[in-house]
Ligand binder design. Structure first.
Ligand SMILES: Cc1ncc(COP(=O)(O)O)c(C=O)c1O
Length: 464
């Protein structure tokens, strides 16, 4: 089978997947052993190859038994954006073109599309023009990159070159986080050699927001290089740290402020929501995701930095064989990766397709659906919405009982109408609902709320 026919075949398979997606259980009823058997886990590496069409048909058949409807409109687990059709299409082309997107010399198109998408992103998110932007795998890696730039900058201020001399003998860096910082901040600190034992943790309030007065107190005790991490959008409640107060207090002490805004940074695109990120443009670096609220396919994270020279110094290297451009964007200079996928194509396609108004509508639509879900559940006896629904996240507790709440989550997961997960919020088990998909409608919320209430009433019956 030729190249062209194979790609047509894949388009048919993709179309058939989409047509079944809305009527299949959101989470497939499959066991790991069934998947192992389907993929031939017990057979040795095949001696002979197989026709490409057959391989693809078999792959689709075997994989689909274990594919979760994450791109569908009733998937509310973790914080997972479904992919916009235009972004999926751009992603296919990205694979077909298969550009090594590290250098201008390896792909002029990948370099320039990043440049344009980067400029549009800064405009949309209300961040300073001229900030540097790197396209990484996800917000976790964006946090790493932002904190690497921070480490470079604060140590340079103290007369230390960390890229050259490492951390042995370096001045101590104070790292300040809110108690609710995302775990990927800790991963980044580990990878950067800063560790987590000596981090200064700032207390947070009932919604998970850093208490600014406590930060001010902590900063009084800090001298020398200091990095403060703020959060825009708590992974459970969606709450925002008081960014304006944090940046003002931190900058008084010449500290670097990094904002982890994996999904919350997108509040900046909306007039009714942008107060949540007031002052965010004053920070020094910002991490976010494309694969969450911009609804582009995995993997796509974004790091933006108000100090391009620090960002570049922390990431770039040179070698005799590299054809680096002095004039054009060499994308690898802004990311930890060397060779990589052309992530700018999907971001560009999504932004060009939606425009500012489309991004705004998508973000506001998800928040409206989250409020609708809370409003539909709240009136029922035994149901408690335990967060302020300020964004796209809803936390629900049933009968004020951990066991009961976990049982409801499990029932909903098995029912298949929608999928969501559980969490523990301030020592209480909770159901966690994240509305992050462009295609979720009011009807989807109605069906899902009914499924949740049904699961709760069955759980009551079983408990009796
Ligand atoms: C606040 C926050 N930061 C970082 C991350 C990590 O993002 P990723 O999974 O894209 O690396 C998440 C993921 O949910 C998040 O909510």
């Amino acid at each position: 089978m030729g190249h062209e026919q194979l790609l047509h075949k894949v388009a048919d398979l993709a179309y058939s997947y989409y047509s079944r997606r809305e009527i299949s259980p959101v989470f497939p009823p499959v066991t790991p052993d069934q998947l192992r058997q389907a993929f031939g886990a017990s057979t040795p590496v095949p001696e002979q190859g197989k026709d490409a069409e057959k391989v693809i048909a078999e792959l689709a058949h075997c994989a689909e038994a274990g594919i979760v409807g994450q791109t569908g409109s009733r998937y509310f687990g973790f914080v997972i954006g479904g992919s916009l059709p235009v972004a999926t299409a751009a992603d296919w082309l990205t694979s077909v073109w298969d550009q090594n997107s590290g250098l201008y010399a390896t792909s002029p198109a990948a370099s320039v599309v990043e440049e344009v998408a980067a400029k549009w992103l800064l405009e949309l998110l209300g961040l300073p023009a001229g900030s540097s932007v790197g396209f990484v795998t996800g917000c976790g890696m964006a946090n790493f990159t932002g904190l690497a730039a921070a480490r470079h900058y604060v140590l340079r201020q103290a007369g230390w070159d960390v890229e050259l001399d490492g951390l042995n003998g370096a001045p101590k860096i104070n790292v300040i986080l809110g108690n609710e910082a995302h775990v990927t901040i800790h991963t980044a600190l580990r990878m950067l050699g800063l560790g987590t034992r000596n981090v200064i943790n700032i207390p947070t309030d009932g919604q998970g927001r850093m208490i600014a007065a406590e930060l001010v107190k902590a900063l009084q005790g800090c001298t020398g290089p200091t990095i403060v991490c703020a959060q825009a959008g708590n992974v459970n409640t969606g709450a925002f740290d008081p960014i304006q107060q944090i940046t003002a207090a931190a900058h008084e002490k010449d500290a670097w402020v990094h904002v982890d805004g994996a999904f919350g940074l997108w509040a900046a695109v909306s007039d009714p929501l942008k107060h949540l990120v007031a002052g965010v443009e004053e920070a020094d670096s910002w991490a976010t995701d494309g694969h969450k609220w911009l609804n582009v396919p995995y993997d796509c994270g974004l790091i933006m930095c108000a100090h391009p020279e620090a960002h570049r110094a922390a990431m770039t290297v040179s070698a005799a064989y590299l054809v680096q451009s002095n004039k054009e964007r060499d994308p690898f200079e802004w990311t930890p990766e060397f060779s990589r996928r052309g992530r700018g194509f999907t971001v560009y396609a999504a932004l060009r397709h939606l425009g500012r108004s489309g991004v705004q509508k998508m973000v506001e639509g998800c928040c409206a659906r989250a409020r609708q879900m809370a409003d539909m559940l709240r009136p029922h006896s035994g149901v408690q919405i335990i967060n302020d629904v300020v964004l796209n996240q809803v936390l629900v507790r049933f009968n004020d009982s951990d066991d009961f709440t976990r049982a409801v989550v499990e029932r909903v997961q098995k029912d298949g109408t929608c999928w969501l997960s559980g969490t523990t919020w301030h020592n209480m088990a909770a159901m966690r609902i994240s509305v992050s998909n462009w295609s979720t409608t009011e009807k989807d919320i109605e069906l899902s709320a009914q499924a949740i209430l049904r699961a709760a009433s069955h759980a009551v019956a079983v408990a009796r």
